[in-house]
Design a protein around this ligand. Structure first.
Ligand code: CA
Length: 431
């Protein structure tokens, strides 16, 4: 749970829509509102201010929001910044984890077996939650399994201390400060105690790994004890996840998506940028076919979907339906949402071996990604800042380069692509 940053970078590398504060390669926490593009202006630079001075400013703001002096003093008694949190926040793994390894671990035999057992064990509660929030049990158990290994890994750090550390010293201070103030409100509202409020290094809490602002908005008391306890009550946690998905537009009974087969030749891979919406009927007309359930899905012909290739044109292809976007609202990472979808299918006994992943593809290192971006910029493709993070601009630059070279324009930056870019750059005189 403390390694999400690497999964975060992995997701970006794969041209996915990752925009989470990530700390785990296996069980991402929920920070749905966090995006790199929304990086707030830091109202101050932490290193220029002592922790004591910073704390005094925070105290004034907290009290102005109605936090009592007593609660603030209790929450901050003896509190110092946590060096482990800073180290986790600043870690930048050189290599990223391939998407197929992430998905394999999501649908591991342990997780599937445990998930099936818990589906049976909690059948009555899950049925009641389904009736109230209109979200299927297999999806909720999949979320539970991915977020906290079904409540087994909820983190053990003080949420107040982690968030105070990040708000004081970390990047994006304003975001963390908002989370910290929300955490103080949760304490004051009495759902949990200072000692009971534990989570990941990034402040994600409980069996659903909600950030404090998410908790305040979506957590519910389902077991009826009057407290929203996503740490110790699995009923509260599952219902809170269901409430979140329901309010994110989840449609009961609808599929999240399908694996598809693309035409062997002359397919315009630029359609597979994950953003262009077409109805299933329109995709079929372009030669896209479902690998399974082709007939069973005919009734969905008028529903729209986006096409995405998690590992480029050499790997599996997926059509994502509206429900997929609801999962993205829960955790804005395409790999995560795909893992939830595949795990929930498997929990329902519907696992299909996907098309082969391009496991021969070596992941580009951060240094190589920076080189790729630098060369694409030199060649006149606008790849944005050469920061090693492959975002929308970089993917589009890769697509434009591929198109110019007559390569499949899948926007996927692998080793072969980097080599092609190097070759062209060597032949092109510097501007
Ligand atoms: Ca409760």
């Amino acid at each position: 749970m403390l390694e999400r940053l690497s999964s975060f970078l992995m997701l970006i590398l794969f041209g996915l829509f990752a925009s989470q504060v990530s700390a785990s390669t296996v069980a991402p926490l929920v920070t749905p509102s966090v995006t790199l593009s929304s990086t707030p202006n830091n109202s101050f630079l932490a290193p220029q201010q002592s922790f004591t001075d910073w704390r005094a400013g925070l105290r004034m703001e907290a009290l102005s929001q109605g936090i009592t002096p007593l609660l603030f003093e209790q929450a901050f008694a003896g509190l110092t910044p946590d060096p482990q949190v800073i180290a986790a926040d600043q870690s930048q793994p050189e290599f990223s984890r391939p998407v197929w390894e992430y998905l394999d671990s999501a649908v591991s035999s342990w997780r599937v077996a445990r998930g099936k057992a818990l589906l049976a064990e909690h059948a009555k509660t899950l049925k009641a939650i389904e009736a109230q929030y209109q979200v299927e049990p297999s999806i909720l158990v999949a979320v539970w399994g991915m977020e906290s290994s079904f409540g087994q890994q909820i983190g053990s750090k003080s949420v107040i201390r982690s968030l105070a550390t990040l708000a004081y010293e970390g990047r994006r201070n304003a975001f963390w400060r908002e989370q910290l103030l929300a955490a103080l409100h949760i304490l004051q509202e009495g759902d949990t105690s200072i000692n009971g409020m534990i989570g990941s290094w990034a402040g994600a809490m409980g069996q659903t790994q909600f950030m404090p602002t998410t908790y305040r908005q979506y957590a519910v008391d389902f077991d009826g004890d009057g407290r929203r306890d996503i740490w110790k009550s699995s009923a509260d946690a599952l219902a809170s996840a269901a409430n979140y998905l329901n309010l994110s537009g989840w449609q009961h009974g609808q599929p999240w998506g399908f694996e598809v087969q693309l035409p062997a030749q002359n397919f315009d891979y630029q359609l597979a940028d994950g953003a262009q919406r077409k109805t299933l009927k329109e995709w079929r007309a372009l030669g896209v076919s479902l690998r399974n359930d082709e007939k069973a899905s005919r009734h969905l012909d008028q529903q729209s979907a986006t096409l995405f290739l998690p590992s480029g044109h050499q790997g599996p292809a997926y059509l994502f339906m509206d429900n997929f976007r609801s999962i993205l609202k829960y955790n804005n990472s395409t790999s995560y949402a795909l893992a939830i979808g595949l795990l929930s299918n498997t929990l329902e006994g519907d696992y299909r071996t996907p098309a082969a992943w391009p496991k021969h593809d070596r992941m580009l290192s951060r240094q190589e990604r920076v080189e790729l971006q630098t060369l694409l910029n030199q060649l006149g493709f606008s790849s944005g800042n050469a920061d090693g993070i492959i975002g929308v601009n970089s993917r589009q630059a890769v697509r434009s380069f591929q198109q110019m070279q007559g390569l499949p324009a899948d926007g996927y930056p692998n080793e072969a692509l980097l080599e092609s870019v190097r070759k062209v750059a060597r032949k092109t005189p510097a501007q």
